[in-house]
Write a protein that binds this ligand. Structure first.
Ligand code: SG4
Ligand code: ZN
Length: 256
């Protein structure tokens, strides 16, 4: 059977609203972030990720992305989340077929080759992730753009894991503990924030977005591991990003 959604001509972002009406809403993600016009805001608590090392991390090629599911207790709080901790559920990436595009968020209309999403949920308020994913204050995703530069040793462990799950719907367990903390800026994170949605169907409007101002560097060789993954239709898994949507009645805050 044909997939109900994807990134191809017939099932891509422009037609998602037909099967997933929320995709046509006015709190959708991603968006372009205009760094010059967004308002500066100081929250009472700095945004901090409290991450540790994940043993036996399981990674999957689910045909839409490369996703790592997290068993340990790792949280983020501060910024717009104030003192409510949100727990890391999983992380995944979006990327392009070449270095000129692939990120979901754009900064001053510039695309980057890939974007990391660390998905957290409001675990003290909701009984499970699924319920949080549909609630307006249920999720917070930390997005980190990848730029081409030096090879990144932290990403290399993930690139090696990608080689083990090139086939669609395959899984692998890392045999070395993975240091989640090294994915995110140390100390307090400088970021942009706005209220938005999941960027894939059902596009629930449940996400407090946090887009880090600091990027991760990634070599061209490392990006080639992403592009060697195989998607749903035996084609290369590339261009698995949703293009930017209108801000509508929202504004993006800039926070240092
Ligand atoms: C990807 O399809 C992930 O595989 C999904 O994660 C994720 O859904 C989805 O993207 C949307 O997340 O940060 N881009 S996004 O808005 O995390 C969720 C899993 O399926 C609910 C684990
Ligand atoms: Zn994502």
């Amino acid at each position: 059977a044909a997939a109900t959604w994807g990134y191809d001509k017939g099932n891509g972002p422009s037609v998602w609203y037909k099967n997933f009406p929320k995709a046509g809403g006015n709190r959708q993600s991603p968006v372009n972030i205009d760094s010059k016009t967004c308002k500066s805001h100081t929250f009472s608590h700095p945004l901090k990720a409290n991450y540790s090392s994940e043993a036996n991390m399981e990674v999957t090629n689910n045909g839409f992305t490369f996703v790592a599911t997290i068993k340990g207790e790792n949280t983020i709080s501060g910024g717009p989340l104030e003192t409510t901790p949100y727990k890391l559920h999983s992380f995944h990436f979006h990327w392009g077929s070449d270095d000129s595009h692939g990120s979901e968020h754009t900064i001053d209309n510039k695309s980057y080759p890939a974007e990391l999403h660390l998905v957290h949920w409001n675990y003290q308020k909701y009984p499970d992730f699924a319920e949080a994913a549909a609630a307006e204050d249920g999720l917070s995703v930390l997005g980190i753009l990848l730029k081409v530069g030096e090879a990144n040793p932290v990403l290399q462990a993930l690139c090696d894991a990608m080689d083990k799950v090139q086939a669609c719907d395959s899984k692998h367990t890392l045999d070395q503990a993975f240091d989640l903390a090294s994915l995110v800026p140390e100390d307090s994170i400088k970021f942009f924030t706005y209220p938005g949605s999941l960027t894939t169907p059902p596009c629930h409007e449940s996400v407090t977005w946090l887009v880090s101002k600091e990027m991760l560097s990634c070599s061209k060789e490392q990006l080639s591991h992403f592009r060697a993954l195989i998607g749903k239709n035996t084609a290369p898994l590339v261009n698995n990003y949703r293009p930017v949507l209108a801000l509508c009645n929202r504004s993006v805050c800039s926070c240092d």
